[in-house]
Design a protein. Structure first.
Length: 407
């Protein structure tokens, strides 16, 4: 089977962003399928290409599949208009590929929602089977964040969402709230599946220990590794660090690893308040990040307090922390918080409450003193196996295979 896989922000493990599509593509090739990955350029990703663009495109074979990259650079620092232009540029190019390339099935993964356009085009004009993977509910989340305010634009996005769902033969959702949202739009549950993000055990449970460690003081080190954007609500970390400093508690230090539109503002706030327990680091390739996790005591799963996030996200960083055996502190309710409580993976705090955040930090600190890192790492073993990224990747492959006429 020939699969045309579309992911605008695709990355290999050499990048600093999620690698779900990389794992899925590898699983597809292991099952004997031929995969062509269509992607753009993303500031936090590494698609494995370094040569020059020819007519705006470059290609390379990676781990048994072909990656075709459009010279279309997306960054979290771009403004709304620039982002939209890049989204539609990629959608137009990938739609042309969907009309002209030789393939049996098309697999498109959001975000953005516009990556569904080539799937719709392939379904309408070539009658090709189409799988749409929904990572975030669009336009619900950007509307809730106040990013999309135009009533006309909201109407257009809702129409695009509905058309994409109706065109897809199968829809894969990464969180329970996403599945509920898709079904509530009138889509039959029979064609909607949930396959969450997973634990990359091959990478995070066996990190490269030869990498140079980041210098630290004798403190309990908490790490946040991901996008530093408006949706991530990292002001919560600044507030709790400020509270700790005001009471003279220097047991903790916070590493914020990544990039994003809010990074400079966060750095300015830290400097203005004179906070000495927060340290910023640039995005790291996954192998380096895995090695850094060995030097940390707690992973921070932080988001802005938006109710739509509670059930509607499947955060890569949470599964990366667990893969490395790190306990996790989460500052919002929902299905990830329930997983943490059920499997004893860490501690939970209420949103917008620095004192509760501090209480949760203290609980994690005391647990570390009593149990130690080694024992806590073994607690998550069953969870790691249940949410193995490799196993979940093969679930996605089976869904793709199930929609072919001869399967």
């Amino acid at each position: 089977m020939k699969i045309l896989y579309i992911h605008q922000h695709f990355s290999t493990i050499s990048g600093a962003s999620g690698t779900r599509s990389y794992a899925n593509a590898k699983a597809m090739t292991e099952r004997g399928h031929s995969v062509t990955m269509l992607c753009g350029k993303y500031s936090s990703s590494d698609a494995g290409l370094s040569g020059k663009f020819q007519y705006g495109v470059r290609e390379v074979n990676i781990d048994g599949f072909l990656v075709c990259q459009l010279d279309c650079h997306y960054s979290n620092h771009l403004g709304p208009v620039e982002r939209c232009l890049i989204f539609f540029k990629f959608a137009i190019w990938s739609s042309f590929q969907a009309l002209t390339k030789d393939y049996d099935v098309i697999y498109a993964t959001s975000t953005p929602l516009t990556v569904g356009i080539p799937g719709v085009v392939a379904k309408v004009f070539r009658r090709k089977p189409f799988v749409f993977e929904v990572r975030d509910l669009w336009p619900q989340l950007p509307i809730a964040m106040g990013v999309v305010r135009s009533q006309i634009f909201q109407f257009i996005l809702y129409k695009l969402e509905k058309i994409t769902y109706l065109s897809a033969d199968k829809i894969i959702c990464l969180a329970p709230g996403i599945k509920t949202g898709v079904c509530s739009s009138g889509i039959s549950e029979k064609k909607v599946e949930m396959v969450p993000n997973g634990c990359d055990l091959e990478l995070f449970s066996k990190p490269n220990t030869d990498l140079k460690p980041i210098a630290r003081k004798d403190r309990f080190r908490c790490i946040y590794a991901g996008t530093l954007g408006a949706a991530n609500g990292l002001e919560a970390v600044i507030e709790v660090a400020s509270l700790l400093q005001s009471i003279g508690d220097d047991r903790f230090e916070f590493l914020l690893v990544g990039d994003g539109g809010q990074k400079q503002l966060l750095q300015e706030q830290v400097q203005k308040r004179g906070i000495e327990q927060i340290f910023f680091h640039p995005p790291m390739p996954k192998p380096e990040l895995a090695a850094l996790f060995l030097q940390c005591d707690l992973g921070l799963q932080i988001l802005k307090n938006v109710p739509e996030f509670y059930e509607g996200t499947s955060p890569n960083k949470f599964f990366d922390y667990v893969s490395a055996g790190l306990p996790v502190l989460i500052n919002y309710p929902g299905w990830v918080a329930r997983l943490i409580k059920l499997h004893k993976l860490g501690v939970c705090a209420a949103p917008n409450d620095p004192k509760q955040f501090l209480t949760a930090l203290d609980q994690a600190y005391q647990s570390n003193l009593i149990k130690g890192r080694r024992e806590r790492g073994t607690v998550s073993t069953a969870f790691q196996k249940k949410f193995s990224r490799r196993n979940l990747a093969f679930q996605c492959v089976e869904i793709v295979e199930s929609i072919l006429p001869d399967s």
